[in-house]
Design a protein around this ligand. Structure first.
Ligand code: LLP
Length: 418
């Protein structure tokens, strides 16, 4: 499943000792396996080969240029959510004909850039946005291709914050309004509406929600066809779940088996937007034990990483496996693994059974490759950590740790305070 394994009681990333990386770059840091990353992309590619979809890696999961480049080299397209991600894609010479852009709040500048770059689709999330795209396109004398992100109103059985395909959520356009837009598309002469997009949520481990959403959307497309409205593309979004603890997620092959028959029959060109599935288990977050504390009621393991570096446990109550980088036979105790930040929400695990550990012990927080670094912040004036990728027996720093100068470089002090 991934290339983080113990050999002689020591954790390796591919053939690199995690402890050796810690010595070289200090802690905390993110460490990725090139092999796991690219293998996961290939798994999806292989499972779906029959329909040859455009696999647009969701950059929001991890937008480090080297991670994205590794996937582009394997033939990935990109799913982007902002002008920043688009600029990163341009910087990497990504093929614009494999870029799709979804966001409920694209600004005019972002829309203009996407149009000028001639990306494959702007995925529209509301009528006012479609009007804006139409207006910007007229100004730029082009006719970009847009897809409507529909909200199919299906439950995704995942954390509420990452469920997106129900009408209680801000995402997409409901089916009735979508039909209305398509029936009156002459109102938008400067765009070519040529597809539908769905993305119902993230970390979905079962096939059923996907099947429900795709079935509903295909039925809808069929009903449009009967009205004489033809669309060429369906973007089925991302959302494939991975193993953090004891989940039994569908494999890429299971997923393909479940949805390929319908997709093949539809004759539509298919786009996919996996993020977590590709990069989630390809990365770990490595942190060091600073202190242990026992207040008579509870025991704490205080580490040098914090919620600003990896916010998933704090934000979603997410479970991440935690292992000492060197296996030990010490007796296990129940501890809260916490960071140095001034909030009780700053934890990586609660009441976790871990071996007793001395100060300076290195810990690996597993499955941290997706939505780890990308969601990190400078809270508490803490520097963004380093990122490293291992390939075979070598490792490469793909992002330097920030320094103090980075923290203050955009700050300005008005004269009257000096
Ligand atoms: N496409 C769209 C339009 C999306 O909004 C997302 C993720 C994806 C694709 C990729 O989904 P994936 O394959 O990675 O599940 N921060 C949360 C996850 C937020 C997902 C946001 N959208 C977490 O850490 O669990």
């Amino acid at each position: 499943m991934h290339d983080f394994k113990f050999k002689n009681n020591e954790l390796f990333c591919e053939r690199v000792r995690v402890a050796a990386v810690a010595r070289a770059v200090g802690t905390p840091f993110y460490l990725y396996s090139y092999k796991t990353l690219t293998d996961h992309f290939t798994k999806i590619q292989t499972a779906f080969r029959r329909i040859d979809p455009i696999i647009c890696y969701a950059m929001k999961a991890n937008d480090n240029l080297s991670i994205v480049k590794a996937l582009l080299n394997k033939g990935a397209g990109l799913d982007i959510v902002s002008g920043g991600e688009l600029r990163k894609a341009i910087q990497l010479n990504a093929d614009p004909k494999k870029i799709v852009f979804a966001s409920v709040g694209k600004t005019e500048e972002e829309i203009a850039l996407a149009i000028q770059e001639r990306i494959l689709f702007l995925n529209v999330e509301s009528v006012p946005e479609l009007e804006t795209i139409d207006r910007v396109a007229r100004r730029l004398h082009t006719r970009p291709q847009v897809a409507i992100r529909v909200n199919p109103d299906v439950e995704a059985a995942t954390h509420d914050f990452i469920t997106t395909g129900t009408l209680k959520k801000k995402f997409g356009v409901d089916l009735r309004s979508t039909r209305q837009i398509l029936r009156t598309q002459k109102r938008f002469p400067h765009v070519r509406i040529n597809g539908l997009h769905i993305h119902i949520g993230s970390q979905i481990t079962q096939a059923k929600p996907f099947i429900d959403a795709i079935k509903k959307t295909l039925g809808f497309i069929e009903s449009l066809r009967r009205e004489g409205i033809e669309l060429e593309y369906l973007d089925i979004g991302g959302g494939l779940g991975i193993i953090y603890r004891d989940e039994k997620p569908q494999t890429a092959r299971d997923f393909a088996a479940a949805v390929l028959p319908m997709l093949t029959r539809s004759n539509l060109k298919i786009i996919m937007e996996p993020g977590r599935f590709i990069v989630g288990n390809a990365g770990i977050f490595v942190t060091k034990v600073l202190y242990t504390k026992d207040n008579g009621y509870k025991k704490f393991l205080i580490v040098d990483g914090g919620m600003n570096d990896l916010i998933r446990p704090s934000l979603y109550g997410s479970y991440h496996e935690i292992v000492p980088v060197k296996k030990t036979t010490a007796a296990k105790i129940k501890v809260d693994v916490v960071g140095p930040i001034c909030e009780s929400g700053d934890f990586f695990a609660k009441e976790r059974s871990l071996p007793k550990m001395a100060n300076n012990t290195l810990l690996a927080i597993m499955s941290a490759g997706a939505y780890g670094y990308t969601m990190s912040s400078n809270y508490n004036a803490r520097c963004h950590v380093a990122e490293v990728i291992a390939r075979g027996n070598r490792f490469f720093v793909i992002r330097k740790r920030q320094g103090f100068a980075d923290l203050i470089k955009n700050e300005r002090m008005p004269e009257f305070l000096k």
